[in-house]
Write a protein that binds this ligand. Structure first.
Ligand SMILES: Nc1ncnc2c1ncn2[C@@H]1O[C@H](COP(=O)(O)OP(=O)(O)OP(=O)(O)O)[C@@H](O)[C@H]1O
Length: 245
């Protein structure tokens, strides 16, 4: 599992300086899907980056990130964890690949280096079609390359899987199938953290065990989907019950 304890992330670009995550406590337990929600810019991707060792160089942190109970601070430790323990699907899947090699060869390489799941099995689970695998990452559609990057993240069968907007560019049927895959990963014991604006699917398909709602860099509310939908706060009600059910 992964945990943030009192985590603060400050960004300083030289021209712009801001605290983008403030005193966040978050647990991502094994065998569960934790959904991380909140309006655009509230800090979800930064938190995902902090939990997987992908923070940009302009970021500095206070507090702790723990993976399987052990605090992680140094890049060599993150590199070791990324082999088979920590999987990450970035918000922009194309950044998971080298630009100049076709996706098929990069998936094969991932399998040779740290494969647990076969390439075909991972691609099928990620709904990544075989007729585009010969293309460069940049020659894919957003939804195709996002699924390619999910396949790449699944190949090492990580025990922690952090996915940043896995269904953002997908049609409804494909999105449902991707959510089902992530649910199966959790049911098999993986700790899944899913960042998404796809609240309806998360609730209707019963994907999330826990929903964590961020606002302006802080955790504003957390609970089961039922608990979140029943909150009285009008802002949360609009967010968790957009169809007024
Ligand atoms: N690479 C970066 N360098 C500096 N600041 C960044 C970087 N990435 C994000 N930020 C800043 O961090 C803050 C939080 O951004 P973040 O990407 O975590 O939001 P988000 O909740 O994931 O939004 P969205 O739903 O739009 O993806 C924003 O103010 C953003 O400008």
């Amino acid at each position: 599992m992964a945990e943030a304890r009192g985590l603060t992330v400050h960004v300083d670009t030289g021209r712009w300086s801001e605290t983008v995550i403030e005193s966040v406590d978050l647990a991502v337990p094994a065998g569960r899907v934790t959904a991380l929600l909140g309006e655009s810019g509230c800090g979800k991707s930064m938190l995902a980056a902090a939990l997987t060792g992908h923070l940009p160089a302009v970021a500095s942190t206070k507090g702790d990130v723990l993976v399987n109970g052990v605090p992680v601070t140094e890049e060599p430790e993150w590199r070791r964890l990324r082999v088979n323990t920590v999987g990450y699907l970035p918000q922009s899947g194309v950044t998971a690949f080298h630009a100049e090699a076709d996706v098929a060869s990069q998936l094969r390489k991932t399998y040779e280096l740290r494969g647990v799941l076969g390439v075909e099995e991972a691609c099928a689970s990620a709904l990544y079609p075989d007729d585009v695998r010969h293309l460069l990452p940049g020659q894919h559609s957003s939804g195709q390359v996002q699924r390619a990057a999910l396949a790449a993240a699944l190949i090492p069968a990580p025990t922690l899987l952090v996915v940043d907007e896995p269904t953002a560019s997908l049609d409804t049927a494909t999105a449902r199938a991707v959510w089902a895959t992530l649910r199966r990963c959790a049911d098999a014991g993986t700790a899944v953290l899913a960042i998404s604006h796809d609240v309806n699917h998360l609730i209707d398909l019963d994907i999330a065990d826990e929903m964590v709602f961020m606002r302006e860099g802080r955790v504003a509310a957390a609970g089961t989907p039922d608990e979140m939908c029943e909150r009285d706060d009008p802002y949360l009600r609009g967010f968790f019950n957009p169809l007024g059910r």
